[in-house]
Write a protein that binds this ligand. Structure first.
Ligand code: 5RP
Length: 227
């Protein structure tokens, strides 16, 4: 029987945390896989295997978890991160990513763009041949004038819907909404530029040319994918 996905996610997280050394400045991701990495960091700090780490979290949930484990969590400053560790929703062979199904894409991008090394952790179900194969592309939008913003996005060919949770509109840590979109076509860099130029759009879940490597756990073991 193959190990369940939680076991695989934890294995990938532990591999990524093995890269961390004492004194590093770290970006902490968001989601169920990133949670295992934060827990492993907390364990290593408690065991005295790591010390003098400073961290910035990409969501309120990760911030709360990290603090509860005794990690030193502070605000985002211009200081570069030695390593950021995060999950992803889709991973292309080039290591371009879709992120944001966990709702933290803006803070994730703000933190991870400053990382010298962005390490992605995931189970094998996140690997795709081309982005958009399985997951929608999350786009964070301002609540003010959202219907107008959605008209603009639909004019660009987007098909999708505002994310809901328990029947209510999903609100991000930044007080915004998320439009989960599908686009036809493969020019991701062009799509990213167009979306970033669309009034009302705060950020997209396209993480292009950012990840250095991914630890992808499968029943046969953890595979390291390097860009
Ligand atoms: O981008 C994210 C949150 O905004 C997550 O990294 C992504 O959704 C993966 O989450 P999980 O590890 O739970 O599958």
């Amino acid at each position: 029987m193959s190990p369940d996905l939680e076991v695989l996610k934890k294995e990938a997280a532990i591999r990524a945390v093995s890269l961390i050394e004492s004194g590093m400045h770290l970006g902490l991701g968001t989601g169920s896989t990133a949670k295992y990495a934060i827990e492993e960091l907390g364990r290593k700090v408690a065991a005295g295997e790591l010390s003098n780490l400073t961290c910035v979290a990409t969501s309120q949930a990760s911030d709360t978890l990290a603090r509860s484990l005794g990690l030193d969590v502070g605000p985002l400053t211009p200081q570069a991160f030695d390593i950021a560790i995060d999950g992803a929703d889709e991973i292309a062979p080039s290591l371009d990513l879709i992120k944001g199904l966990g709702g933290a894409l803006v803070r994730e991008k703000l933190v991870e763009v400053q990382a010298k090394r962005l390490i992605i952790i995931a189970d094998h179900t996140k690997l795709v041949q081309a982005l958009g194969q399985k997951a929608p592309l999350p786009i964070e939008v301002l609540p003010f004038g959202v219907d107008s913003t959605l008209e603009r996005l639909k004019g660009l060919g987007a098909v999708g819907e505002l994310r809901r949770q328990s029947g209510e509109l999903y609100i991000t840590d930044n007080g915004n909404l998320i439009f989960d979109a599908r686009f036809a076509g493969q020019d991701l860099a062009g799509l990213e530029r167009t979306l970033k130029g669309t009034l009302g759009v705060v950020e997209t879940g396209l993480f292009l040319n950012m990840a250095e490597r991914a630890f992808v756990a499968a029943p046969e073991g953890v595979r390291e994918v390097v860009r």
